[in-house]
Design a protein around this ligand. Structure first.
Ligand SMILES: Nc1ncnc2c1ncn2[C@@H]1O[C@H](COP(=O)(O)OP(=O)(O)OP(=O)(O)O)[C@@H](O)[C@H]1O
Ligand SMILES: [Mg+2]
Length: 372
């Protein structure tokens, strides 16, 4: 199949050199059993690429089993992945098959692999090397023929340095590393993505689309899209629904952007192609710094609000501060989490993404802070 046909089959939009190179690699690796690591910021299309690899493989008639390593509590992850025997632990009333067993003959998609606990990483390495695993509570090794695709929006090399990720597993995983550059570095893909989303959303919701002014298109092209393609899609959807039928201009677009253009310049990186992993890593570091900066700004705002609004009833709640007007770290954290949950209407997955912590960590903190 040629590249265009392939992209059409799997709904992968984009003709930028970066996207073309990615699609070529996907087409080359799909028919093999090679383990693939897909990295890139949130919303860049890691899942869509994983689906294409599975769909174009000889395993496509079998299951593609997605596992979000960041959402499973640490104590349960091994029994979820490898299964358990009856009575293996208190709540194990019955034997349960694990995802590796279910994915036999197919593909297992280990999303957010950077969140996998170290003790489980050893076991994953064993499956990758020998195809063998052991159910929790058993001593019998079983084998599986599951192809592994892993994804991460973390900088795994950094996780290795921090001793959160095993180097041997990292090297094993990155033999084929598909890096998806952020949308701001392949802006030429924006118009075709917008066109596709407009078509899909207006057909699905039976909405009349009145078109974009040049100004609106320019703004969509110059915005940095920190949430990448997911954010672009959501923005187009909101605009189509709420501005239904009218010609959308720059002013309208601006209302739907998460950040105002003054912040954009900071995120507007020079265009980097996906030539080397080092470049990719540099970008992820840059991104982490930008996130860190915005966290600091948010903390400063919280503190300023605290100091200037001592009578603000909003600030009066349990365990407020140390009596000197300064919030404790715990309290600041609690507020950031509660604010993020409010902004995301209680959606924990979105809140975890916004806070750049794993869902598991968020669950724990919600519990610790009694936020539910
Ligand atoms: N190249 C693309 N063409 C068309 N749609 C895309 C493309 N890339 C991503 N999308 C769409 O953007 C959304 C986000 O993509 P996806 O879920 O694959 O991102 P992700 O990298 O897995 O994000 P996360 O790290 O947050 O899980 C989905 O709706 C997906 O269909
Ligand atoms: Mg994903």
């Amino acid at each position: 199949m040629n590249r265009e046909g392939f992209q059409q089959t799997y709904g992968i939009i984009g003709k930028s050199p970066e996207m073309q190179e990615i699609v070529d690699v996907v087409q080359q690796v799909a028919p093999t059993d090679i383990t693939v690591l897909i990295s890139g910021e949130s919303g860049t299309g890691k899942e869509i690429i994983a689906k294409a690899i599975h769909g174009a493989s000889k395993r496509s008639q079998h299951a593609l089993v997605p596992v979000n390593c960041g959402a499973i509590p640490e104590g349960l992850i091994e029994s979820e992945l490898f299964g358990h025997e009856k009575g293996a632990f208190t709540s194990a009333a019955d034997m349960r098959r694990g995802y590796f067993e279910i994915a036999d003959g197919g593909t297992i998609f280990l999303d957010e692999i950077g969140e996998m606990p170290l003790s489980t990483q050893v076991k994953l390495l064993r499956v990758l090397e020998s195809g063998e695993y052991i159910r929790v509570g058993s001593s019998v090794a079983r084998s599986t023929d599951a192809r592994v695709i892993a994804a991460t929006n973390k900088l795994l090399e950094y996780e290795v340095q921090q001793k959160h990720f095993r180097p041997d597993l990292y090297y094993r995983l990155r033999s084929v590393n598909i890096y998806l550059p952020p949308l701001r570095n392949r802006k030429e893909d924006i118009p075709s993505l917008v066109e596709r989303f407009v078509k899909e959303i207006s057909e699905k919701n039976k909405i009349q689309f009145g078109g974009f002014t040049d100004n609106a298109t320019e703004l969509l092209m110059s915005y940095s899209w920190p949430g990448n393609i997911r954010e672009l899609r959501n923005t187009v959807e909101s605009m189509l629904v709420l501005e239904s039928g009218k010609r959308i201009d720059g002013y309208d677009v601006r209302k739907y952007l998460r950040e105002q253009p003054s912040v954009l310049t900071e995120r507007n990186l020079p265009v980097v192609s996906n030539k080397t992993v080092e470049q990719a890593e540099r970008e992820l570091i840059y991104r982490a710094l930008v996130d860190l900066k915005s966290n600091i700004i948010e903390m400063k705002e919280l503190l300023t609000g605290q100091l200037s609004g001592a009578n603000d009833s909003q600030i009066n709640h349990t365990q407020p501060h140390k009596g000197n007007g300064i919030l404790t770290m715990d309290e600041m954290e609690r507020r950031m989490i509660s604010g993020s949950l409010d902004r995301n209407k209680g959606n924990r997955r979105l809140a975890a993404k916004e806070l750049n912590i794993s869902e598991r960590t968020l669950y724990r903190k919600i519990k610790d802070f009694g936020l539910q």
